[in-house]
Design a protein around this ligand. Structure first.
Ligand code: MLT
Length: 273
């Protein structure tokens, strides 16, 4: 294989801290924080939130929320996995119900996910990826020339749940394309192999394995164990609901706002919980 002849590239980045902003400049980035920021953002938009504004700091989120009439905004996010004092919502997907967020702006801050988004500010497009919209993400990437899958990790440590999603996205793109001619970096190949093993586990092909489904597997990851430790293990099932939604939230960098693409309306059936 002669890499020089391949005009397209698909790179996985296990941590934003291992990636220079210039590396992502001009490319199409998918930000991945399976447990839970990217999953929760997707649930929020599915439930009809107008937009999600990612903020690095708690005070920044409060400040941004203060610019809106109180009935048009909610504060959401976590520190140490738990809801933040004075915020209406934590970072559990189940909290982002239509009755609470429909038509509203969510000023949102989480420990790692919002940092990963900031790291992508020079990209041409920034998409939000999770298991719950994996098929839609693959669809959105068709024809993109320079793709970066950026895993958020946790506290500068690589997390398996994010790497697994990167691997699933990559393997699906490869199977969907008869002539997949993207140059891949080593992290992409590692992620693809990691997802292959999970695929075998899910098909029952590994003797003695105790995990039966994606939820079981996510429970054994770093993010899964952290959630169990703070009593929020029930969020894992919602994050493992693969392909539940058919849209990809997009961060519009100039406006610094995450919305449904192309001014699309929130889906009523899927998100109207
Ligand atoms: C984060 O952004 O750090 C995560 O989403 C953490 C969490 O959900 O607890």
């Amino acid at each position: 294989m002669t890499f020089g002849s391949m005009p397209h590239s698909l790179d996985v980045h296990f941590l934003p801290e291992l990636t220079a902003a210039e590396e992502l400049a001009g490319g199409t980035v998918v930000v991945i924080d399976v447990l839970r920021a990217s999953t929760t953002i997707t649930y929020a938009l599915a439930a009809g939130a107008r937009e999600v504004i990612p903020c690095l700091e708690i005070n920044e989120a409060r400040h941004i929320a203060g610019r809106f009439p109180p009935e048009q905004v909610v504060l959401g996010g976590e520190r140490g996995g738990l809801p933040i004092e004075g915020f209406q919502l934590g970072n559990s997907p189940a909290e982002y119900r239509s009755q609470v967020v429909r038509g509203k702006t969510v000023a949102f801050t989480t420990t790692n996910g919002t940092k990963a988004l900031r790291a992508c500010r020079e990209a041409r497009r920034v998409l939000i990826g999770s298991f719950v919209n994996a098929a839609a993400v693959c669809q959105a990437l068709v024809g993109e020339e320079r793709i970066h899958l950026v895993c958020a990790g946790t506290g500068k440590r690589i997390t398996r749940e994010d790497v697994l999603l990167a691997g699933l996205l990559m393997n699906r793109m490869i199977s969907a394309s008869p002539r997949f001619d993207y140059r891949q970096n080593d992290e992409a190949v590692i992620a693809g192999h990691a997802w292959h093993v999970v695929d075998w586990l899910l098909q029952g092909a590994i003797v003695g394995a105790v995990e039966r489904d994606l939820e079981d597997i996510l429970r054994t990851t770093e993010g899964g164990r952290n959630l169990e430790a703070v009593g929020l293990g029930s969020d894992i099932a919602l994050a493992a609901n693969i392909d539940r939604f058919d849209f990809v939230p997009e961060l519009y960098v100039e406006a610094w706002s995450i919305r449904l693409p192309g001014g699309r309306e929130a889906p009523v059936t899927q998100g109207g919980r």
